[in-house]
Design a protein around this ligand. Structure first.
Ligand SMILES: *Cc1c(COP(=O)(O)O)cnc(C)c1O
Length: 357
């Protein structure tokens, strides 16, 4: 069985070596020494000011919305994983969907202003497949209308824009370290911000809002365990290799699929990309579904990342987003992960080729 992704696991001895210290102290969670070490290393690796580890990328979004005290409407992208929208709803805000641009499939900055009402409090956009949004335009709109910006960078670990980590551009950026992501801690995530005051607030929110016997605010349990942190410490040393390997496999796919009438999102120039996914846009939904069926017959499971367009979720009152709906109906992410064999890339490409005959 070949799935869209496969979790990388470090050599078992390397992981258990990291765990040994835990057996000395019995300190298994509550921001222990391994979590502290991973936080330090991630801050340095990414070159960011404040980074707080949390239990997952969804809690990261929810704490971000809470910490910015967002109310009313949040302008967001319809082209993302469902957690982007549900986090908004979970925090009792209303998602307003702004259509995406045709090149990177990120939120279209030229369509944001028409979504703004007096109830709008923020923009929550996703770096879909790890692609950057148009930071400059979004910042200038946000400043003009006094809106906060959250970037859902769940898929963007390791991406650099103009030499800087992609997590440096919003009021808050979030990331997921789920087992299906490029860099993982089994379950996990982080919240990143330049604002020290905001970081202090998030620090309290992450752990029930109190320090010892002093109770400051409401909070939640968002802390990561030492076992998750240990996995992160093992994997962080390998991120460069993951990206190199994925770049090579993506290049190979493009070569084997080059005769077909397929469309790909454009990797912007001036970025260091992470090759987190290999999305392919088929000419029609029919051909895409046929390819998916033929692949399934060979026990290969690509995924419709991202379908449905989130404005079409049954529990939201979504406005129309024709570009997103169109892309979502035709997209398929082909398997891409560390350890995927070149021969498998060839086989998958051959099967996709057959769906065009
Ligand atoms: C994976 C993902 C999330 C959720 O992260 P979890 O760690 O699984 O909670 C949120 N947003 C996007 C865009 C994602 O890809």
């Amino acid at each position: 069985m070949i799935n869209v992704t496969k979790t990388f696991l470090p050599p078992l001895e390397e992981y258990t070596e990291k765990l040994k210290s835990i057996w000395g102290t019995s300190w298994v969670t509550n921001q222990g020494p391994l979590a502290e070490e991973l936080e330090r290393e991630l801050k340095e690796y990414l070159g960011v000011k404040n980074l707080l580890l949390v239990t997952n990328g969804t809690i990261a979004l929810q704490i971000a919305i809470k910490a910015l005290d967002l109310k009313g409407e949040i302008i967001t992208t319809p082209y993302s994983y469902v957690a982007t929208t549900t986090s908004i709803l979970w925090e009792n805000c209303t998602p307003v969907f702004c259509d995406i641009e045709d090149k990177t499939f990120c939120i279209d900055p030229d369509k944001i202003e028409s979504c703004i009402t007096e109830k709008t409090s923020a923009i929550l956009a996703t770096f879909v497949y790890g692609f950057p949004c148009d930071f400059k335009k979004i910042r200038s709109i946000a400043d003009k209308h006094n809106l906060k910006i959250i970037y859902d960078g769940a898929q963007a670990f390791g991406v650099k824009v103009g030499g800087k980590s992609i997590f440096n551009f919003g009021d808050i950026s979030t990331v997921s370290f789920h087992a299906t992501k490029l860099f993982h801690t089994i379950e996990g995530g982080a919240i990143i911000t330049d604002d020290d005051k905001l970081a202090e607030k998030i620090f309290l929110y992450r752990a029930f809002g109190h320090l010892d016997d002093d109770y400051f605010t409401i909070g939640i349990n968002g802390r990561t365990s030492e076992f998750n942190a240990a996995m992160g410490l093992c994997n962080l040393t390998r991120v460069k290799d993951f990206i190199t390997e994925r770049r090579e496999l993506s290049r190979l796919y493009k070569k084997f699929l080059s005769d077909l009438e397929l469309k790909y999102p454009q990797i912007p120039e001036n970025i260091e990309y992470n090759y987190s996914y290999f999305p392919v846009i088929f000419p029609t939904e029919e051909i895409m579904l046929d390819a998916k069926r033929k692949l399934a017959e060979n026990e290969i499971n690509p995924r419709r990342y991202f379908y449905p367009s989130l404005n079409k979720l049954p529990y939201v009152n979504g406005n129309n987003c024709p570009v997103s709906e169109n892309i979502a109906s035709r997209v398929l992410c082909l398997p891409l992960y560390s350890g995927l064999e070149q021969a498998t890339v060839k086989l998958i490409s051959q099967i996709v080729n057959k769906s065009f005959k």
